[in-house]
Design a protein around this ligand. Sequence first.
Ligand code: ADP
Ligand code: MG
Length: 266
Amino acid sequence: MKAVDHEMLVTHLDRLKLTAIRDQLDTLLDEAARSKMTLREALAFLVAREIARRDERRISMASKIAQFPFVRDLDGFDFEAQPSLDAGQIRELATCRWIAHGDMVLLLGPPGTGKTHLAVALGREAIRQSYSVQFVTAATLVAMLAKAHQDGQLDKQLTLLARPKLLIVDEIGYLPFEANAAHLFFQLVSRRYERGSLLITSNRSVGEWGSVFGDAVVATAILDRLLHHSSVITIRGDSYRLREKRRSGLLQKTGAALEPRPTAAQ
Ligand code: ADP
Ligand code: MG
């Protein structure tokens, strides 16, 4: 291609905002030529590159907006370490059909058993499938709602929190709610009910939610809405963090046994 044509092509790619093709134009065209692609194949190849770049950008932007506490995926989850979990059920959730239906998920289990890991992994999968996601801890959420209430902005805040297709509320039960916080949380659940999905993690069984919310009536009303269209997943296992610690402890012991005996003892 003549230099002038190349410039024009780059300008046109710019105007069409085909930046991935523009940035790698020579490499991509060389690759298409080397693989002896037909024109149709080459066009499909270039377009696929552009789409891949856009997906990457969209996912990274949406993940920032979601405010996940860390990056975790289902691929990195060791199901064998957590036999009480049904891997098939988690994979089914990863299809995001429940989000399309506006259903709820409760992930219950003791600390360190991978609840936040799974919540983030499912949230990231939802983003991949173009759903909007927001992650928030229960403590932050309650503080946000209380502040909005105080400032006369509760309705506005509830509208904002009703917007993402999936809202993940992590760590309900680590701190008991004050009575007012329980009412505020109830309003959030009501606002989202049958509109958008909630994924809630808790280290307390639903039977204990009365004491978590400090009000059995409000807890029942919340659970009534949450459990209506929902999957409740209960992890009954050991903390993965402690398990890793125990393992490294074991390894150290084995390592010590393999060490040569101190010469002084001989
Ligand atoms: P929880 O939210 O239940 O307290 P986390 O999800 O924060 O637990 O898990 C604690 C740490 O252990 C995280 O770094 C997480 O990625 C890891 N983890 C927990 N369970 C597993 C697992 N089954 N496979 C891989 N990593 C795990
Ligand atoms: Mg957690």
